[in-house]
Design a protein around this ligand. Structure first.
Ligand code: GTP
Ligand code: MG
Length: 342
């Protein structure tokens, strides 16, 4: 179940009109021989009611089941604003509301009008109403299309659980998604090129810790970050109880240790309230020089490899052990001594 999974499919203008007119075609025609005009009038009124109801019920259902962006928590609100034009989304929903109300109003108006209409004009008046309804829907044609496009994007957004949360961050291609897979068993795409991960991915350690894999970040000011990088920044800003910063000392990721170290220092400074754990990836490729040797940051990184699983189990255990369940924060993690057995 995702945040927008209840948002109903948005019909195109013609689909909605066809649905309404088809339903109206099924209205039963029972003619009372003694009161022909009134029974035909009632028949035409029922057709108008049917069209009006189908349209308003469909539009109202969309309005009711679409979450209000302003009511979302800050993380999901910003995430939505990143992937769709939230201003236009609001305007299009307002247009649907207008159309629903206007449609109901003119439905009432035309049913009243039928009361004083002579027999031969009953069907033409009802047809005139059909024309009015078509023109209302024509005015929201683009809004319907836009909202359906948005729905297709929004229904794929992740819904985060309320659990202690670790955010994996680092340069592209350093092994973040591989670590998510090793820690949680999630199945993210892993490829030997940068920016494989384009959005936020989730995994869970023993259903106790939520792990967020993020797109790679480049070391540049926030104003210059692209939309893909901004997914990572939002996770760091709003959801990280602990940041695991991954550094690839083998530089097979395509970025130098210096670049990676500089981003590490920037992230530390930008999110100074959040504890940060420095991990050196791909220890299988250069076991001797991974952590202490080359990385040149004053913090000693913890070495691990998702190929040989070096360091993975210990990391998992330390994470589970360091949760403070009162605050969902993580106590400082140290790897100097082996984890105590219970
Ligand atoms: N030898 C070795 N290769 C690794 C290790 N971890 C990841 N890789 C490789 O590094 C490359 C990138 O791995 P990903 O897990 O996709 O890296 P990422 O940081 O998620 O990359 P983006 O999503 O593009 O930011 C892949 O070719 C992986 O197979 C490791 O521990 N050892
Ligand atoms: Mg990735």
């Amino acid at each position: 179940m995702t945040l927008f999974s209840k948002m109903p499919q948005i019909p195109r203008k013609d689909e909605l009109l066809d649905k309404a007119f088809q339903r109206a075609r099924k209205v039963k025609k029972t003619i009372d021989k003694h009161d022909r005009i009134n029974s035909i009038r009632e028949y035409e009124q029922n057709k108008i009611s049917t069209v009006s109801t189908v349209i308003s019920v469909t539009l109202d259902n969309i309005l009711e089941k679409t979450p209000k962006i302003s009511n979302l928590d800050p993380f999901h609100k910003h995430l939505v604003e990143l992937v769709i034009d939230a201003g236009q989304f609001k305007k299009s929903l307002a247009a649907l509301k207008w159309a629903s109300r206007f449609n109901t109003d003119i439905g009432h108006k035309y049913r009243r009008r039928l009361k004083g209409t002579p027999l031969k004009s009953l069907a033409p008046v009802r047809k005139e109403y059909y024309g009015r309804v078509s023109s209302i829907l024509k005015q929201i044609k683009k809004d319907l299309l836009f909202l359906e496009d948005c729905r297709n994007i929004l229904k794929k957004l992740p819904t985060l659980k309320n659990l202690p949360t670790v955010v994996l961050a680092g340069y592209p291609n350093v092994g973040k998604s591989s670590l998510l897979k090793s820690l949680t068993g999630a199945e993210p795409a892993v490829q030997p090129y940068p920016f494989t991960t384009k959005k936020i991915l989730l995994g869970y350690i023993d259903e106790k810790i939520q792990v967020i894999d993020t797109p790679g970040l480049l070391d540049r000011p926030i104003e210059e970050k692209n939309k893909i990088e901004m997914h990572a920044m939002l996770a760091l800003q709003y959801r990280a109880n602990l940041i695991i910063y991954l550094i690839d000392p083998t530089e097979t990721c395509g970025y130098t240790i210096e670049q990676q170290k500089s981003l590490y220092e920037n992230i530390k400074a930008s999110f100074e309230e959040t504890p940060i754990l420095l991990c050196a990836t791909k220890s299988d490729l250069s076991p001797s020089k991974t952590s202490r040797g080359k990385s040149k940051t004053k913090d000693t990184p913890y070495s691990l490899s998702t190929k040989t699983d070096e360091g993975i189990d210990t990391l998992k255990k330390r994470l589970l052990r360091s949760i403070d369940w009162k605050t969902y924060s993580f106590k400082p993690i140290s790897f100097k001594s082996p984890p105590k057995r219970k």
